[in-house]
Design a protein around this ligand. Structure first.
Ligand SMILES: [Zn+2]
Length: 97
């Protein structure tokens, strides 16, 4: 095989690898988006649609079926007020990745 052919073959292989990578990334993004659509504002315990309610000025999600409560980051502290015991700091440390 001539050097020129090798060169074009290498280019072709690189192009295929790039396309395969793009396809993989697109599929991963779509899978993530589909998962988000599927779980968005669904109860993590029973799968029912969560209701948004305002509790002490904080919007929280409450499950109408099982009563589970979903809090966004920081809402636990907002609801608890100034925490003296450090319990919430401990909780945050536990759930920190
Ligand atoms: Zn539920």
């Amino acid at each position: 095989m001539s050097e020129e052919n090798k060169y074009f073959e290498k280019l072709e292989a690189e192009k295929k690898a790039r396309l395969a990578k793009d396809l993989r990334e697109t599929r991963e993004r779509e899978a993530l988006a589909a998962r988000k659509r599927l779980h968005w504002l669904k109860c993590g315990k029973c799968g029912a649609d969560m209701n948004t309610v305002v509790f002490r000025g904080v919007e929280i999600e409450v499950c109408p079926d099982c009563g589970a409560v979903l809090l966004d980051q920081g809402e636990l502290e907002l609801l608890a007020g100034k925490d003296q015991s450090g319990v919430f700091q401990h909780l945050r440390d536990i759930f920190k990745h």
